[in-house]
Ligand binder design. Structure first.
Ligand SMILES: Cc1ncc(COP(=O)(O)O)c(C=O)c1O
Length: 411
């Protein structure tokens, strides 16, 4: 019997055999784990792709966001506008600076609603963070105008949207600063990783970013090893995942701290894990370089699969489809439906693991809303979206029969 990996949106969906091979090779070269050429090559790639003067690498997107906020001097007493319907990794870095995240409701793109921004702006407001959720661009031109009107810093969070475009320009080139994530289920992955760039017109802040990043340490060898083991173990775990043994094996590896979870327990309460912020280790840059060669291919597939879903689901009653925009990369194809929980469960029973990103207004499940400053009923659209969302996969390894199975489940 040949075991096939299940449809599983959240289990490192970008990892392919060549990525595993890269991890195996670098694991035997520990002298190259912290510093090395791959870091420079990743930076060169980003500078060329976006035409950035400078860019800086971190061990996660949240580290990048935290250091960017610090570079702009964000501190106690400041307020930062973020959207509800997000991951705790967005408001947490704001809290770590001492500032307060203020949650704003979303529009039909599932991004921060520009029409609601002015209502939340006061003397304490310093920053707007715009995320292009699921790879669909926000109404960035409108948001930028408001930021300029009130002299606010605009940070683009491109954790979901590397390669997406809007108004003929790449997202990430509109804001005063930008951050990316290379987490395990992002557009491209090196298990953990992030990048930041500040527009060169902010000279002092650019220098500050350089200084703060330069003063960081590399993560320790054990942490790097944990991340390198991730793709290697996942090729073994995935085909077994729908059997008890696969889930058990993964749970044991996490319990024994051989693998790490993407979010740490203390982050649910707004606290900062010690491992953030840190520099991006060369070993992970090696993994990322390999993924970068596949970026365009991955995004082409995502766009193609999204158009498949648009076509097959357009007549289906009770399903709200995501907005259809040129330039969106549909990292996840998020649909909204009244019986979302039931669909997730029925799919799971059939061995299909659909996505549950943002099933909580601020994900994941055990986030303490009080501690991160979210007040229930304050963002009704985000709350409804959280309740009704199911993310369909668009990752590169899906087959036509996988897609047919998913569509059948919904129609
Ligand atoms: C919208 C968004 N921004 C930022 C982040 C933080 O990225 P990282 O996991 O690399 O810290 C995430 C992480 O899940 C995210 O979903």
């Amino acid at each position: 019997m040949i075991l096939k990996a299940p449809i599983a949106i959240g289990l490192s969906p970008n990892t392919e055999n060549d990525d595993v091979w890269q991890a195996i090779k670098i694991i035997f070269q520990p002298w190259m784990w912290q510093e090395g050429d791959a870091i420079k090559k990743v930076l060169e790639w980003f500078k060329n792709y976006f035409n950035f003067d400078e860019a800086f690498l971190f061990n996660s997107g949240r580290s990048a966001l935290y250091v960017v906020l610090k570079s702009f001097g964000i501190d106690k007493g400041d307020e930062v506008l973020v959207q509800a319907f997000t991951c705790v990794a967005v408001p947490d870095p704001v809290i770590w600076t001492g500032a307060k995240p203020i949650f704003v409701d979303i529009d039909e793109t599932l991004n921060i609603d520009p029409g609601l921004l002015e209502k939340h702006i006061n003397r304490k407001t310093k920053v707007i963070i715009v995320q292009h959720t699921f790879g669909i661009p926000a109404q960035i031109e409108l948001i930028k105008k408001i930021a300029q009107k009130y002299n606010l810093i605009l940070i683009e969070d491109c954790a979901h949207s590397l390669g997406a475009e809007v108004y003929g320009k790449k997202v990430g080139t509109f804001g005063d600063a930008v951050i990316f994530s290379f987490g395990r289920d992002k557009v491209i992955s090196s298990v953990f990783g992030g990048m930041a760039s500040i527009n060169s017109k902010f000279k002092t802040q650019c220098l500050q970013l350089k200084k703060l990043q330069g003063n960081l340490n590399f993560p320790g060898y054990f942490w790097i090893l944990q991340q390198l083991l991730h793709p290697i173990f996942f090729v073994i775990i995935l085909p077994l995942y729908n059997l008890i043994v696969g889930k058990l094996f993964l749970a044991i590896l996490i319990k024994l701290r051989i693998l790490t979870k993407p979010i740490f327990k203390e982050e649910m309460n707004g606290f900062k894990p010690d491992v953030f912020p840190a520099k991006y280790p060369n070993a992970l840059a090696v993994l990322l370089l390999n993924q970068l060669t596949k970026l365009q291919h991955y995004n082409n597939i995502r766009i193609k699969l999204a158009s498949y879903y648009f076509d097959k689901l357009k007549e289906t009653k009770n399903i709200i489809l995501p907005v259809q925009v040129d330039g969106g990369i549909y990292l996840r194809f998020n649909i909204q439906l009244p019986n979302s929980e039931e669909i997730l469960l029925t799919a799971k029973k059939q061995g299909i693991l659909l996505g549950n990103w943002y099933k909580n207004i601020v994900d994941p499940k055990y986030v303490d809303y009080k501690k991160i400053g979210y007040y229930l009923d304050s963002c009704p659209k985000a709350e409804l979206s959280a309740k009704s969302s199911v993310n369909l996969p668009t990752y590169p390894k899906l087959s036509i029969s996988d897609l047919e199975k998913i569509v059948k489940l919904l129609t």
